[in-house]
Ligand binder design. Sequence first.
Ligand SMILES: NC(=O)c1ccc[n+]([C@@H]2O[C@H](COP(=O)([O-])OP(=O)(O)OC[C@H]3O[C@@H](n4cnc5c(N)ncnc54)[C@H](O)[C@@H]3O)[C@@H](O)[C@H]2O)c1
Length: 353
Amino acid sequence: MSRRYRVAIVGAGIGAQHVTGYAANPDLYEIAIICDRDVARATALAATCGAAVHADYDEALLARTDIDIIDICLPPFLHFDAVRRALEAGKHVICEKPLCGSVAEADALAEIAARTGRVLMPIFQVRFGNGMAKARHLAATGALGKVFMATVETHWSRGADYYAIKWRGTKAYELGGAFLGHAIHAHDMLTTLLGPIKSVSGATAIRVNPIETEDCGGALLEMQSGALAMVSVTLGSANEFTRTRIMTENVTIESAGEVYMSSKEPWHFLPRAPKDQAWLDAALAGAPCGKEGFDGQLALLHAALQTGAAPPVTVAEARQSLELVTAIYHSARTGMRVELPITQAHPAYQSWG
Ligand SMILES: NC(=O)c1ccc[n+]([C@@H]2O[C@H](COP(=O)([O-])OP(=O)(O)OC[C@H]3O[C@@H](n4cnc5c(N)ncnc54)[C@H](O)[C@@H]3O)[C@@H](O)[C@H]2O)c1
C-alpha cells in the first residue's frame, strides 16, 4: 500500500508554492510543519494547510521522529548546511534551487546522501510541463535526429521592490546573479533535452539594478553532441518571456514563451523536410504528459521513494546546473573558454566566486 509521507517545509516564501504542490497530492503527502523564524509568516501559511508551526530550523525539528521529509526553502547561502544537517538526521531532503554554493558542495552532498542512504531531491519544477514532456519524448526516442543549434532566452524584469529582500542581489547570500537564480530553470531544461555540455564561453554584466550580482549575461555552449547553444539572460526586459528554440535534423521546437512555467504547452513542433506532419504526429504520440510543476515533481518523487528508483531530479543534475554557472562565471572573469566537466583540479571547483 502507498505510504503517505509527512513533510516539514522550512521557509514560508516559495514554500507557499510547495504547499500547493503537496496539496495537489493529498494521498501521497501530509504537510505536518511549516518552519520559519518569521513566525507570523509561518502561521499564515500553516493555516492554509492545517500544519503546525515551528519557529527555527533547529535540532528540535530535526530530532522529530514523525517527520519523513525536510523541504528546504531557505535563502541560497543556507542550503548546504541545512541539507547536510537534515540528511545526517536521517531525513529525506528536498531543496530549492540552487542546491548549494559550489560544485564541491554538490559533490559533498551527494556523498552524504549516499552514506546516510537518504534521498536528496533538488527542485527543478519548471522542467515538469507537458510541452517539455513532448520534447523529452522526442529526445528519448531518437526522433530529434542530429541536433544543430538551440537558443534559450530568459528575459525577465526585476526592480527595487524585488531587491528589497536583503539576501537578493548579494554575493554572500544569493551566491550569484541571474544565471544562478533566474535562468537556471531554462538551462536545466536545455541540458535535460540536449545532454552534457563540453565547453562554455560567457560574459556577465550588472546593467539593470544597483546590485552585486549580474543581471545581464550571455554564453555560447558547445554540447558534447557537437550541437551549439546560445543562452541569454536579462532582468531588464519590458516584456517578460522565457523561450527555448531547438533546431534539429527532423524538427524545430519552440516553447510558448510563458515566463515561469516555460515548459507548459503549447510548444510548437515543426517537421523539417523530408519529415512531415504525419511523421511528427506519430513521433509525439505516447509522450508522457501528466501533472506539471511542483505537483508533477512531487508526485514523481513519491513514486521513486516507493520503489527505490532515482528521484525525478537528481543531485547529479543539480551539479550539472552548477557546473554551467561555474563555467560561465569563470569564463566571464578570465575571458577564457571553459571545458567541462568541472573537476576537483579546476580552480573554480571550490567556489565560483
Ligand atoms: N523554484 C523556483 O521557481 C523558485 C522561485 C523563487 C525562489 N526560489 C528559491 O527558494 C529559496 C527561497 O526563496 P524565497 O523567495 O522564498 O525567499 P524568502 O526570503 O521570501 O523566504 C525565505 C524564508 O526563510 C526564512 N528563514 C531564514 N532563515 C531561517 C532559519 N534559520 N530558520 C527558519 N526560517 C528561516 C525567512 O524568514 C523567510 O521567510 C531560494 O533559494 C530561491 O532561489 C525558487
